[in-house]
Design a binder for this molecule. Structure first.
Ligand code: FAD
Length: 309
């Protein structure tokens, strides 16, 4: 059995979601290749070649694949698919975009967001916003799978795979127009060890930034938010944690003025240590918090800042 992992990277660095997907792939087979798509992505391919357990890196370079357009990714992957029994990619925004398309073209049912590989054809995945785990067995000869990165340890560095060029596909009916990247010196939400997350209680964008940013700076943390905070315009969309936002599992998650709705918990309940600050002692967040502080954030956060020095 051979497995192809489609790498997640930012154009210069291989994200650790790729390392985690390689771990899932290695649970399926020891023949794991990594496909890097991009423009001027040789450095990324060289970095992917150093992931332990990777047999070979395939590098597809071209304008059409520079921005993860699903059509171009599909056109690149399909000619390679004959050589693989399974195609894996992280269950992030890009993976969720192109994996169903690749699966449809291969006439196979995509298996999304797996958190465990039971065997070569059986996988565990969360359903009902993470309230239940479903074990699925696939009879399809070729499998297209998205992997929830937070459920797998990152494959170590130390490999020395070869890098081979392959043809990049085109996307004749789709054009990349532009993207607006939020520039931040803070760690990325999905990879951060510490996340401070704010909810509707913050009350305004000004207050959200005034409270959350100094605390995040002090802790070297990423900032997250509930959907209520995002919908109200207190925080940008890419801060959203939860069922329809990002799934995170940092070492420490501090929820400030977040009630703990099931859809929010779906995105953060696997965090190692959860701290909740909420003035309502009956808030559901306290049911999953390791440390709960029933307090007004307006007094608790300054005290925390002072204690951190
Ligand atoms: P609230 O529920 O209003 O909670 C605010 C909390 O702040 C309360 O518990 C209150 O006691 C506390 N508080 C108020 N003032 C203070 C103070 N001064 N000090 C301390 N505490 C205070 N939500 C997500 O977060 N992520 C998702 O991905 C997501 N996806 C969804 C998908 C669907 C299909 C649906 C239907 C909903 C989704 N939601 C999601 C929304 C979710 O149901 C909740 O509405 C949302 O999480 C609530 O956000 P909140 O906790 O900030 O606000």
């Amino acid at each position: 059995m051979a497995v192809l992992v489609i790498a997640d990277h930012d154009g210069s660095v291989v994200r650790d979601t790729t390392h985690k997907t390689v771990t899932a792939a290695l649970a399926l087979s020891s023949d794991v290749d990594v496909l890097v798509l991009g423009k001027n992505a040789k450095a990324v391919a060289d970095a992917a070649a150093k992931i332990s357990g990777v047999r070979k890196v395939l590098l597809a370079e071209g304008d059409a694949v520079a921005h993860g357009l699903a059509e171009a990714v599909e056109a690149t992957v399909l000619p390679l698919a004959a050589g693989y029994d399974a195609i894996l990619t992280p269950a992030n925004t890009d993976g969720k975009n192109f994996a169903p398309r690749i699966a449809a073209k291969l006439d196979t049912a995509p298996i999304s967001d797996i958190v465990e590989v039971v065997s070569a054809d059986t996988f565990v995945r969360p359903i009902y916003a993470g309230n239940a785990l479903e074990t699925v067995q696939s009879a399809d000869a070729k499998k297209v799978i998205t992997v929830r990165p937070t459920a797998f340890a990152a494959a170590a560095e130390g490999g020395s795979a070869s890098v081979e060029s392959v043809a990049a596909g085109e996307a004749p009916k789709t054009a990349f127009v532009s993207e607006e990247m939020v520039k931040s010196d803070r760690p990325e939400l999905g990879a951060a060890k510490i996340i401070v997350s704010g909810g509707r209680a913050l009350g305004s964008a000004e207050e959200f930034h005034a409270v959350m940013e100094p605390l995040a700076d002090k802790l070297g943390a990423a900032i997250g938010a509930s959907r209520a905070a995002v919908d109200a315009g207190y925080a940008p969309n890419d801060y959203q944690v939860g069922q329809t936002g990002k799934v995170v599992a940092p070492a420490l998650y501090i929820a400030i003025g977040i009630s703990g709705a099931i859809q929010h918990l779906a995105g953060m309940k696997d965090s190692k240590v959860i701290v909740a600050i909420n003035k309502d002692a009956d808030a559901p967040i306290f049911q999953i918090a390791d440390y709960g502080l029933v307090a007004d954030y307006k007094t608790a956060v300054p005290e925390l800042m002072a204690a951190l020095g």
